[in-house]
Design a protein around this ligand. Structure first.
Ligand code: T4K
Length: 422
């Protein structure tokens, strides 16, 4: 990544005013971390020599063992991706009818339910935590409710104790979408061991990746056994299918990447941590911008650099600020925009859902995520911070300029957003 020489100290230095972008190449959110290439290639060569490419091969078995040890949980069932892992976990737990989930999540959480004709019932989040609001959950329980899926958004655990207590009291199952939360912990215990089970994603864009991949972790022996059957068509031994199943297997090459990533996991976290603190320094004191904080007394991955934009204070909306950054080749992302409840098929099924999700609605309009990981360094972060500072300090001029230009973002204005719920 090459930072262009000129600092962006003045409005006229910004790319939206026709100056060269801050970065010669695009800087992405979710650029994969690659560990030791030689060790990865060595493993791939061994795999090719063995001529064993998938179907519970030696790398997958080793990967499962090491992940289970890392997290401190009895079973890790590796899968081809996080979405299929969620689907299998949901099915193995026998969830039916309705399941309560936050709408502020990646759409896979909801799809994994709806794919099996289970209705995701969207619950609001707490503004301070960005995770499901336990106080709202109770109001959404009906006789058809079979479970709750909490999402550890940004790797910050949801209120696990309260969710488990509600589930116990109301005789519901609780599981966690921990796609963001590998390497994070809750009250001193690693995420992976809570609820009936927890689901990780190891997609390329996660700080710890297996190219594509996921896993379900559980301390429940019978549940783990059931999920192993389900991910392999229900086969127990040759020609003996004892259960309905699908193909959820992780391949050997993905496990090879996972084993290699695991060797570098501390390094990845340290890079993220350093970058997070650099962002803290750079964004400090910019009025109206709040960088989401991590609880540093707990292990965390520091993967997500989440900024909330208060339009009233900044004088620019989140979308405008994202547009300024995109023109500088910084591909900041609007996370979980516009919210699952505004995506199909949910938008058609529940046209009035927004009325019960005020905090989700607000957050979807305010949040953006900035690049992190091994592909950015302090120099790049300093330049990104400078662009944001300059844009905010000159909000009126920036807004006027953007109003006269074509937006590259598929912007859904607040007015347009509201009208879809009416
Ligand atoms: N639950 C939650 C809470 C999740 O966040 C996710 C996944 C899931 C469940 C499901 O897990 P998986 O089935 O995915 O394992 C990405 C990821 O595809 C997805 O894994 C992730 N969450 C979601 C939040 O983000 P996109 O649509 O943002 O990906 P994409 O292709 O736009 O890539 C993002 C950026 O990363 C791009 O700017 C380019 C860069 N990139 C991406 C890839 C794949 C690279 O530089 N190299 C690459 O190889 O969905």
């Amino acid at each position: 990544m090459k930072v262009q020489a000129s600092p962006k100290l003045d409005t006229r230095d910004l790319a939206i005013f026709g100056k060269p972008p801050a970065f010669a190449e695009k800087v992405h959110v979710g650029r994969p971390n690659i560990g030791n290439r030689e060790r990865l290639l060595g493993r791939i060569n061994d795999m090719l020599d063995r001529n064993w490419l998938t179907n519970d091969g030696p790398y997958v078995q080793q990967f499962e063992k090491q992940i289970a040890e890392f997290v401190g949980v009895r079973h890790c069932v590796a899968m081809c991706n996080g979405t299929v892992a969620l689907e299998i976990a949901i099915r193995a737990l026998g969830l039916t009818g309705e399941v309560i989930v936050p709408s502020f999540t990646f759409v896979a959480t909801a799809h994994a339910l709806q794919w099996q004709e289970i209705t995701p019932v969207f619950c609001d989040i707490e503004q301070s935590t960005h995770t499901i609001d336990p106080a709202q959950i109770e109001k959404m329980i009906t006789p058809r409710t079979s479970g709750i899926i909490g999402v550890h958004t940004w790797g910050r655990p949801c209120d696990i104790d309260t969710l488990e207590a509600i589930a116990w009291r109301r005789n519901l199952q609780v599981l966690f979408d921990a796609a963001h939360a590998f390497g994070c912990s809750y009250k001193g215990k690693m995420i992976g061991g809570f609820g009936r089970c927890e689901v990780f994603s190891f997609h390329a864009t996660k700080f710890f990746n297996t190219f594509e991949g996921g896993a379900v972790l559980t301390n429940d022996d019978a549940l783990a056994e059931k999920m192993r059957l389900m991910r392999n068509f229900g086969f127990r031994g040759n020609d003996n299918v004892i259960y309905i199943g699908t193909n959820g297997k992780m391949t050997e090459v993905c496990a090879a990447m996972g084993l290699t990533s695991l060797e570098s996991v501390d390094e990845f976290v340290e890079t993220n941590r350093r970058n997070y603190h650099a962002y803290r320094r750079e964004l400090n004191g910019i009025p109206g911008l709040t960088l989401l904080a991590y609880d540093e007394s707990e292990p965390t991955s520091y993967q997500y650099i989440v900024v909330e934009v208060d339009e009233q204070v900044v004088g620019l909306g989140r979308d405008e600020l994202v547009q300024v950054l995109v023109e500088e080749n910084v591909l900041a992302r609007r996370y979980f925009f516009p919210g699952c409840h505004r995506m199909e098929p949910y938008r058609s099924y529940f046209p009035h859902a927004a009325l019960t999700l005020p905090e989700t609605e607000k957050l979807c309009r305010r949040v953006m995520v900035l690049p992190n990981g091994t592909s950015v360094d302090e120099g790049a972060i300093s330049q990104i911070g400078q662009v944001m500072r300059t844009a905010v300090s000159n909000a009126a001029a920036v807004r006027a300029r953007l109003a006269g230009s074509e937006s590259s973002l598929p912007v859904q204005s607040e007015t347009a957003t509201r009208s879809t719920t009416a």
